[in-house]
Design a protein around this ligand. Sequence first.
Ligand code: NI
Ligand code: MN
Length: 227
Amino acid sequence: MKLTWLGHASWLLETDRQRILIDPFLTDNPSATITADELDGIDTILVSHGHSDHTADVAQIANRCHSMVIANFEIAHWFAKHHHVKKTLGMNLGGGVMLPSGRVQMTTAVHSSSLPDGSYGGNPGGFYLQVEGQGVYFACDTALFSDMRLIGGGHVDVAILPIGDLFTMGPEDSLQAIKWLTPQVVLPSHYGTWPPIAQDARQWAARVAAETKSKPLVPAVGDVLDL
Ligand code: NI
Ligand code: MN
């Protein structure tokens, strides 16, 4: 599979069967190198919670690419009702569903989830995917929580964790998360977009390498990783 960081908390996961976009925030994202209309052929969009830095470009891309939007029940309903997204799938924490590429489960996140117009956005979540024989965990916006150690039942091969601090866990707590999740590979997310969440990802990677058994990867925005 291929994984591309699109900036902030936006990721593109490509398998043989699907192009899955996570939390698209591109056009108004100062760290993105492409705008939303430059993305094509998106089959599925996963939305972790309602905040605009995760939902801003969902409707534009979904309506143009005829993508399926998968989110919690409240957010899926909101996109269908207010943005005329045709294909939505509402789920909730702990639930899973089969996609052409494999299973996706919505995991707990400790955060908040109001929608841009103030609508109730349900509970925030993350995603655990089983694709092409690998367990991939997108923690999305969350604090550290000890039940994280149960996610994937010990089968997290790739973990994508926030390190920006302030709104989510920071570098220090991400190290504890890595020790619990024991992924083979870990990538940082939700940092560097604006000054309040600036982080030195190289320094984070050095600590991950020294203090955990996981391999840190720090892609630049737009780098395509083969995992
Ligand atoms: Ni958020
Ligand atoms: Mn966020």
